[in-house]
Design a protein around this ligand. Structure first.
Ligand code: EPU
Length: 421
């Protein structure tokens, strides 16, 4: 078990490059189940969720080679269409194998993911959509068992816009007979990239990136190559690191537009930003952060995955802000830990009401999930004195050695192996 020891209050400077997007990789990897050759995924981040997906695919007989951020995936010798509990329980995104397995092999047995640290995260939309596409779907001893002779194109309207369900339907419908129309589809950049990857394989998809997507099924798909987009959440986290430490730093990423909602809020808060196609500089040297309300929403709204990090910035801002999560109503595990660092925050239903306190003070805190951990690291960078962040395995699921990037920028942060839990 590792922890971070952070000596707060250090100014940051310099530039770092943002890693590939975890949530793109987690969709692109299972998409490789759809053809029988070697697919190449460039700029794949070395994060534990990617390693978990690699283990799951390997378990299924897929050849996976991962070196220097290049993933090579070949499914021609697939030996089982089963995703066992031991893998799925570690990572809900494992359910992404359902759509491609059903489409290609007409059968999938995928463990139900079980609970999530911050409340319910159902997969009913995935299952209902597979049924609409003509699959027989049963729940047996904790497993989804789905079968079909051949999936058939259909109309699917999602009651709630869902990244995962849109991704699963895309991967199922590309090999279905006939045309599938998805309405209220997700338009997140990671879904757009999945759509582009499938198009490169030969899939016929129209409207990707909008809320209505049409997919004309084809008989087969060919292997291909794609470069993973930058991780917009890591990018946003690094920019907030610049803001909370009142520093000037630059980040390099593939597409700054993916971050528009966060950049606007940073400007509202008083930060100066210089934005080019693939570079953002934040100048927060004279920043007296102002309180800015945030309500999370589907893309291009403010991402729920940035909510915890924004809370850390608001904890030291001037005034009171309200941060409302409309995507995950209970995603507030970071609040009690931020309070340990001196923040003044009250959770009322799905909102955190944050009274800015100007300064935080270092303490021992505990990570409870990925983005909560990121918010604690940010708070630790801002706090006076030493902050220890325990259980950073949560952070390692989605950030590629974030401490190295922060150290490169001048932060005093070290990873220490510990028996503390
Ligand atoms: N929902 C349902 N039923 C479903 C699926 C979703 O009611 O069958 C609801 C959810 O409860 C939630 C909303 O729909 O209220 C949106 O959830 P979505 O399905 O979009 O989330 P997801 O696909 O499970 C992905 C990311 C999450 C990110 C969300 C929202 C991946 C692997 N995960 O999850 O990322 O928070 O979209 O943007 O892409 C993270 O990286 O920290 C993370 C949790």
């Amino acid at each position: 078990m590792d922890k971070f020891i952070i000596t707060g209050g250090k100014k940051l400077s310099g530039r770092v490059e943002v890693s590939g997007a975890k949530n793109s990789s987690l969709a692109l990897m299972p998409a490789c189940l759809l053809n029988d050759g070697e697919n190449i995924l460039l700029n794949t981040p070395e994060v534990n969720d990617v390693f978990t997906m690699k283990k799951l695919l390997t378990h299924m007989g897929v050849e996976v080679n991962f070196e220097n951020h290049v993933l090579k995936i070949n499914s021609k010798n697939l030996s089982t269409q089963e995703a066992p509990y031991e893998h799925v329980k570690k990572m809900r995104a494992s359910v992404y194998v359902l759509g491609p397995l059903l489409a290609k092999y007409g059968y999938a047995k995928v463990s139900l993911p079980g609970g999530c640290a911050w409340g319910p995260r159902p997969i009913n939309l995935h299952l209902e959509a597979m049924k609409k596409l003509g699959a027989e779907v049963d729940l047996e001893e904790g497993y989804i068992v789905a079968k079909t002779q051949k999936l058939k194109g259909t109309k699917i309207n999602f009651d709630v816009s869902s990244v995962g369900a849109t991704g699963n339907v895309l991967m199922a419908a590309v090999l279905a007979k006939g045309t599938t129309k998805i309405t209220n589809a997700a338009a997140e950049p990671e879904i757009v990239q999945l759509g582009n990857f499938l198009q490169k394989m030969g899939a016929r998809i129209h409207g990707i990136g909008s809320s209505t997507i049409e997919i004309e099924g084809v008989d087969s798909l060919k292997p291909t190559e794609i470069e993973t987009i930058s991780d917009r959440i890591e990018a946003g986290t690094l920019l907030i690191a610049g803001a909370v430490t009142k520093s000037k730093i630059g980040i390099k990423l593939t597409n700054t537009e993916h971050l528009n909602s966060v950049l606007t809020k940073l400007e509202d808060c008083g930060a100066k930003l210089l934005i080019n196609n693939n570079f953002i500089e934040i100048d927060a040297i004279d920043l007296e952060p102002q309180s800015v309300d945030v309500t999370t929403a589907i893309y291009p709204g403010f991402p729920t995955d940035m909510q915890a990090q924004w809370t850390s910035l608001m904890a030291i801002a001037k005034g009171t802000s309200t941060i409302t999560d409309t995507i995950y109503l209970d995603r507030f595990n970071h609040i009690p830990e931020l309070i340990r660092l001196g923040a003044d925050i009250e959770v009322i239903r799905n909102s955190a009401v944050v009274k800015g306190v100007g300064k935080l003070k270092g303490a021992k805190v505990m990570s409870t999930d990925l983005r909560a951990s990121a918010s604690l690291v940010l708070a630790g960078l801002a706090a006076e004195g030493v902050t220890e962040v325990l259980r950073i395995y949560h952070l390692d699921r989605g950030y590629q050695r974030i401490e190295e990037k922060l150290r490169q920028l001048g932060a005093e942060i070290k990873r220490v192996n510990t028996t503390e839990y």
